[in-house]
Write a protein that binds this ligand. Structure first.
Ligand SMILES: [Zn+2]
Length: 256
């Protein structure tokens, strides 16, 4: 029959959104085999009960991982319907930061234990992908169209998680749509040219709502920030004051 590697490759193609028909043509694997693998995978999605869609909704059991994943999702993630009530969550992670790709996969596993996580290579990035019936329960911000074209508001239970794990949320946002950069300049001091470095954190997102979630959380943490328009667009939030950068360094740090 088919070895594990062949199966995983086929499942990764399905995870990218290719139809069973297309994957069958591309890999030579019969559609019947693909169908049976998908059916067998689905029970895995039930192995961890959904915290949200039972009779008494609760919150994910690892709230810190959830807060981090929520930040990643709002930054570079999207959810799409696959088939028969199954959804893909995909988070785009740049190849430049392998540590962040691992951190993303770990967060997905912590939020949906028992679900398989795929890493699908794209030019310059990996889509860390997992399927579940419950991604829309866990990320009710899922909806038609792009995130910046619709209202993004947290539900009260998400609000409580972000309030109790604000740094995890900020770290997720920075790891997806932010960065730490160091600008430098030289100055003459007593006739000697000295180099001064100015580290700062940027966060860039076109959604006003998502930027506000970020800056509200910074406010709650005592981190000072500034909106910086580039080419007339107010997409960038800068953290540059020394004490605020020190706080960000202690809890977020450079990408890795
Ligand atoms: Zn659910």
């Amino acid at each position: 029959m088919y070895d594990i590697e062949t199966r995983e490759k086929a499942l990764a193609l399905l995870a990218q959104g290719f139809s069973q028909n297309a994957v069958s043509k591309r890999t030579g694997i019969s559609r019947a085999a693909l169908r049976s693998w998908c059916i067998r995978l689905e029970p895995l999605n039930h192995s961890a009960p959904c915290p949200r869609c039972g009779d008494t909704p609760t919150t994910p059991q690892d709230p810190a991982a959830y807060a981090y994943l929520l930040g990643l999702y709002l930054g570079d993630g999207w959810i799409s319907a696959a088939r028969r009530g199954v959804y893909f969550l995909r988070i785009a992670c740049a190849d430049a930061w392998p540590g962040l790709i691992d951190a993303c996969a770990e967060a997905i596993l912590a939020v949906r234990p028992g679900n398989k996580v795929f890493r699908v290579q794209r030019p310059g990035c990996q889509n860390v992908t997992s399927w579940s019936r419950h991604w829309p329960c866990l990320f009710p911000q899922h909806g038609p169209g792009r995130k910046h074209e619709r209202e993004i508001a947290l539900e009260p239970w998400q609000r409580r998680i972000v309030d109790s794990h604000p740094w995890d949320f900020v770290r997720g946002l920075i790891h997806s749509d932010g960065c730490r950069v160091t600008n430098w300049t030289t100055r003459l001091v007593a006739g000697e040219r000295k180099r001064y470095e100015y580290p700062r954190y940027w966060f860039t997102n076109v959604s006003d709502d998502i930027r506000r979630l970020y800056t509200d959380t910074l406010d709650s943490l005592g981190v000072e920030w500034k909106n910086c328009a580039r080419a007339g667009k107010p997409y960038n939030v800068s953290v540059a004051r020394r004490a605020s950068v020190a706080l960000m360094d202690a809890h977020v740090g450079p990408k890795y």
